[in-house]
Design a protein around this ligand. Structure first.
Ligand code: SF4
Length: 383
């Protein structure tokens, strides 16, 4: 029975509580960037307040065995995406007609489903890199578990997400080994709030605890994934330094920021190379962008599309907000503040990401990295 009562089967809260109460199950959580700047709204904090440490402590009080962070996997995602971007760009600038541009970031499952259903002729464009959620769960089950001496099926990998569509992503067959899914299930920010309220955990007054390591260390680039323009800004930070071979001082790309639903920006990389980047949030705006690309009216080297307004901070699993725009701006600023507060702000400088290449994956886009971190997309019938 539900140990706290009042929680029904309609969501994954009961499943989560059951797993936490089951002996011999190793429950591992990851938390998306957007969750930490929104969950506090249900406990009296201003929108945008980062309460990740309190959430970590609360998860341990509930019985979670390992408390990790999706932002760590966001940095690993960028290593692969920026390398793929660099490879496509180098071929493009050498005049290779076969190279596909723009490259699209592909960490939003609603957007991936949208392109599979409505733009099947453009399926060779998205980056083949899995989303940070799926990369995290693959690494936990196929690398970390082995290192710890656990069998894959001993691990219950739970993703705490701002997003309803991530439940659909977790259940896609591409992200499973037989009937063992990489991500066992997703609980949303709102579902976690419900659990914390029902279990009467006094979140506001917790001291706060750090993430477990090694899958809990993230860079500023990994954290801005949660807002519109953040994934492409994180990728640009790494791609520009890969392309030039130089460390760049100005890594806040203001041209990539903003709230217009569909916006274009240019990033000067060298005297001769300027990247044209498109950003859309909201699927109506995404359709406008894709129609222009398909018709040859616009050209971009790279694009980012997020299905929700504002990006994941405005996800369907987040706390509802009366003054939506104002709250989204505060959540976005909360993520920007975390980024600015960190010493490491580039994904390619995250020591725990470099360590996993050194120990297991060799280098970005290696054969091993392809096996574990990349996927394929398929045309799908609407419905
Ligand atoms: Fe989910 Fe929305 Fe983020 Fe896409 S933009 S991953 S649908 S929360």
């Amino acid at each position: 029975a539900c140990p706290v009562g009042a929680i029904n089967e309609g969501d994954n809260t009961l499943k989560f509580l059951r797993d936490l109460a089951t002996p011999n199950k190793i429950v591992v959580t990851q938390m998306a960037p957007a969750v930490r700047v929104a969950l506090g709204e249900a406990f009296g904090f201003e929108a945008g307040t980062n309460i990740e440490k309190k959430i970590n402590e609360a998860l341990r009080m509930l019985g979670v065995d390992y408390v990790f962070d999706t932002a760590w996997a966001a940095d690993l995602t960028i290593m692969e995406e920026a390398t793929e971007f660099q490879e496509r760009l180098e071929k493009y600038f050498k005049g290779d007609d076969n190279v596909k541009l723009p490259i699209l970031t592909s960490c939003c499952p609603s957007w991936v489903k949208f392109i599979e259903q409505s733009y099947p002729d453009m399926l060779d464009v998205p980056s083949s890199v899995k989303s940070p959620m799926s990369i995290f769960s693959t690494v936990v089950k196929d690398i970390w578990a082995k290192e710890k001496g656990y069998a894959r099926n001993q691990i219950t990998a739970v993703a705490i997400m701002p997003c309803l569509a991530k439940k659909y992503e977790a259940a896609r067959d591409e992200f499973s080994r037989g009937d063992n899914y990489d991500t066992d299930y997703v609980i949303t920010t709102r579902e976690l709030i419900k659990i914390l309220k029902e279990t009467e955990i006094d979140v506001a007054n917790l001291e706060g605890e750090e993430f477990d390591n090694p899958l809990g260390e993230y860079s500023g680039a990994g954290i801005i994934f949660g807002r519109t323009g953040g994934v492409i800004e994180a990728a640009t930070r790494t791609a520009v330094e890969m392309l030039t071979g130089n460390r760049v001082d100005q890594i806040e790309f203001d041209v990539l920021r903003g709230w217009d639903g569909f916006r274009s920006a240019e990033v000067q990389v060298t005297e001769d190379v300027t990247l044209k980047i498109g950003i859309a949030h909201g699927l109506e705006e995404a359709a406008k962008m894709l129609d222009k690309i398909r018709a040859g009216e616009e050209f971009y080297h790279a694009i980012e599309i997020m299905a929700c307004k504002g990006g994941c901070i405005g996800g369907g699993g987040q706390p509802k907000a009366m003054k939506k725009k104002e709250v989204l701006e505060k959540r976005a600023e909360g993520l920007n503040n975390i980024d600015r507060s960190l010493e490491i702000r580039r994904s390619h400088e995250n020591p725990q990401v470099l360590a996993i290449y050194e120990k297991y994956l060799d280098y970005p886009m290696s054969r091993k990295a392809h096996e574990l971190l990349h996927t394929k997309y398929f045309p799908k019938i609407k419905g």
